[in-house]
Design a protein. Sequence first.
Length: 202
Amino acid sequence: MLPWFWRHKGAIHFMDIRLFSSAWKPASPLLAALALLLLPCLLLFPSLSTAQTASLEYAIPFSETSPQIDGDMAPGEWGSASTIALTNETFPTQNVPALLDTMVYLMEDGDYFYAAFVAQDPEPDKIRAFYRDRDSASQDDMVGVVLDTFNDERRAFKFFSTPLGVQMDTILDDVNGNEDASWNAIWDSMGSITETGFIVEM
């Protein structure tokens, strides 16, 4: 399984690239299917050495309650979630400290997997976000997750959202570099621009 979380800010990409142990046991059958470990993109970063990628684990906690996907992280709503910082910039430079802070919140309720992104931006008035048709917001700021559910490092499903909740989902074929945007999954997303950046829930 080779998934990763992503933030797109203009032409700058942030991504978590730390290695996670494949020995981690998910908390439910849903997570067994998703196997949502933040594994590194070794295919994208061949220069990383073994010493740089020590094995780590993140558990995705079970929550008795489900968050309301409305772009507003109410107090306590994500209290049981694991938090992960997107600490590296991967484009246009590779594997350098990210210029902006982005936190990811993860949890599941036995039926659904939930993710929330809190993206800091010192100039929120310059955040690029417009209401557009689905799969047409590639020029906007966005956050998302890419899931290699086949664990073959060849195919993956991309789930992205703009700060206004506009969805972009595609099937990625890493063999020939093609993306199929005609595929539309059934999932919820909502976002909001704040005084310090933006929030996206999915």
